[in-house]
Ligand binder design. Structure first.
Ligand code: SAM
Length: 246
């Protein structure tokens, strides 16, 4: 799989791309990840990539010229098989979830474009036929951490990246039901008075599988009832009230 990153800060990716799973996958030739410096496509004497928004307002926007030129240069690289799915990282984009991660992992190539300042001129998306992805309902100062999140989540689904493919299959949000993982335990069997559940040391694999399934379903239910609906206005926390009642 090939992933190109368009960024004003390619150096932010150095440690990220050399460490751990990603470093190994790149060395093994399973993943080819290439940061590309947007500044190389800046124009004018001041190597400008941003300008003030029409209509006024604070901050600066990335200008369409340099971003589009950079993405087009990246896409026309003859060493890549496909032009790639172009993704702008934006707070208002499609929320990243495991289903979307699976979809992206099936692509031969992604081009991730990291915003900065107040974001992108709207014509960038239109010109490139790009989509937008958000990693959550909060605002970062740049798209680079968001691109790293996308790359990390996608890479572990690329065949050969994880040592044991079962890890990804059994992970939270995977499979048809998209359950979260239940509690897990390692040694010691007893820690500060807390025992590992007996079933896990029973050696009875069917019982263990059933227990894990039940725990996952329970953890998923609990998470669902704890989660605030998207965009909910703040409600009084009734759980606190219930707990403090006699
Ligand atoms: N003015 C923009 C808005 O209100 O939507 C925020 C711009 S933000 C300060 C700068 C850049 O960080 C964005 O262009 C985007 O690339 C990135 N970014 C910030 N939050 C993000 C998120 N939740 N998901 C993905 N990218 C994000």
């Amino acid at each position: 799989m090939r992933i190109d990153i368009v960024t004003l800060f390619p150096e932010m990716f150095e440690g990220f791309l050399t460490g751990s799973l990603l470093g190994d996958a790149r060395e093994a030739g399973i993943l080819d990840v290439r940061p590309r410096n947007l500044r190389d496509f800046a124009t004018g004497r001041h190597r400008q990539v941003d300008d003030r928004p029409f209509g006024g307002g604070p901050g600066m926007l990335l200008m369409p010229g340099p971003v589009v030129a950079c993405v087009e240069a990246v896409q026309s690289d003859p060493s890549a098989a496909a032009p790639g799915r172009v993704i702008l990282l934006t707070p208002g984009g499609r929320p990243l979830d495991q289903a979307l991660v699976e979809e992206l992992a099936a692509e031969p190539r992604l081009v991730l474009v990291c915003g900065r300042y107040e974001g992108f001129d709207a014509r960038i998306r239109e010109t490139l036929g790009a989509e937008e992805i958000s990693i959550g309902d909060y605002v970062l100062s740049g798209g680079e951490p968001a691109a790293m999140v996308v790359i990390d989540a996608v890479a572990r689904l690329v065949p050969g990246v994880l040592g044991d493919e079962r890890s990804a299959r059994d992970d939270s949000f995977s499979g048809a039901e998209r359950l979260v993982e239940g509690p897990q335990y390692t040694r010691p069997r007893e820690f500060r008075g807390l025992e590992v559940p007996e079933v896990l040391t029973s050696g009875d694999h069917r019982r263990i599988a059933r227990w894990r399934r039940e725990q996952a379903a329970e953890a998923t239910r609990r998470r669902g009832s704890d989660a605030e609906p998207r965009g909910a206005t703040s409600q009084p926390d009734t759980r606190q009230t219930e707990r403090s009642m006699p």
